[in-house]
Design a protein around this ligand. Structure first.
Ligand code: C2E
Ligand code: MG
Ligand code: MG
Ligand code: MG
Length: 286
């Protein structure tokens, strides 16, 4: 009986494996046609200073598939990342981000790069060529990478980041605190910005540990002359706590959801979330 059950389980397991492989293939095929079919778009989430002035926007990819509906990047980026597709996708993102950036008066665009993109041969030359040939100041182009991207080859990463920074690019370490950064490497790397992962911001009000980590990162960033962006600010309480802790920059649904390019342009021209977001009333009430 147990044996039969065991076999049954194996069979079910195999089927679900088949299923998931088929699903991945479908996503891969759909995705490889998505660019040409115009199914991809970028949305932009404001990054604000303490007074709600808009200093930049993070570019976030969206895939609106007629077949699957809105596919979240967390689902398709890892699949693209397993093939060359990530490069095609990544280049599309760079170009679109630049188009949007050109409509803003001075803010930067922050673009996510996956580990595989970062490891690409001639990564520096590739990005430099794309950004500068578009006539964009690299100082308004922020490259967001995660700890995973740099810590499998620290020497090479340090060299790449140094070169990029020399060319004037901004570099941000995304989801900071979730990976394997050592403080030694943080100091060694040429970084402009630390983005505190939203799990810590989320835990701030509940757990002493999260609050302590948020405070430490803010101080570390400050001491090393880096900008610190708190990600995933969802409530007024978090916003106030972060301001009190001396956090210089914030991003999250409470301030603004990611918005489309036209809305981002209007906001950029306005320069501030004051008078627009829910946060303002809260800020003034506080
Ligand atoms: P990420 O780079 O850490 O981006 C932040 C994610 O948090 C975004 O999810 C954003 O919509 C979401 N977010 C912003 N504020 C809040 C908040 O207050 N609460 C909550 N719960 N979430 C918030 P999204 O757009 O689904 O992207 C997920 C991840 O997919 C990104 O995480 C990034 O790793 C990746 N990704 C997105 N766009 C690109 C891209 O163009 N290229 C690459 N390589 N990866 C991308
Ligand atoms: Mg990011
Ligand atoms: Mg992040
Ligand atoms: Mg994240």
């Amino acid at each position: 009986e147990a044996k039969r059950q065991g076999r049954g389980c194996v069979r079910v397991f195999d089927e679900s494996m088949d299923e998931s492989i088929r699903f991945r293939r479908q996503i891969e095929t759909g995705l490889s046609e998505a660019i040409a079919k115009g199914e991809l778009k970028l949305v932009f989430q404001p990054i604000v200073g303490r007074d709600l002035d808009i200093t930049g926007f993070e570019a976030l990819i969206r895939w609106c598939s007629p077949e699957y509906g809105m596919v979240p990047p967390a689902m398709f980026i890892p699949i693209a990342e397993e093939s060359q597709l990530i490069h095609e996708l990544g280049d599309w993102v760079i170009d679109e981000a630049i188009v949007a950036l050109k409509t803003w008066p001075g803010q930067y665009v922050s673009v996510n790069f996956s580990p595989r993109q970062f490891r690409r041969q001639n990564f520096v030359a590739h990005v430099v060529e794309r950004v500068t040939s578009a006539g964009v100041d690299p100082g308004r182009f922020q490259i967001e990478i995660t700890e995973t991207a740099i810590f499998d080859n620290v020497e090479r990463a340090a060299e790449i980041l140094f070169k990029l920074r020399q060319m004037g690019f901004r570099i941000a370490l995304d989801d900071f605190g979730t990976g394997y950064s050592s403080l030694y490497n943080i100091r060694r790397f040429a970084l402009d910005c630390l983005k505190i992962d939203r799990s810590f911001v989320d835990g701030m009000g509940r757990e002493r540990e999260s609050a302590a980590i948020v405070h430490s990162v803010i101080h570390l960033g400050r001491a090393l002359g880096m900008e610190v962006v708190a990600e995933g600010v969802e409530t007024d309480t978090q916003l106030q706590a972060l301001r009190l802790a001396g956090c210089s920059h914030m991003q999250g649904y409470f301030l603004s959801r990611p918005i489309d390019a036209e809305d981002a342009q209007m906001l950029a021209e306005r320069g501030t979330l004051l008078g627009r977001s829910e946060a303002e009333t809260q800020l003034e009430a506080a």
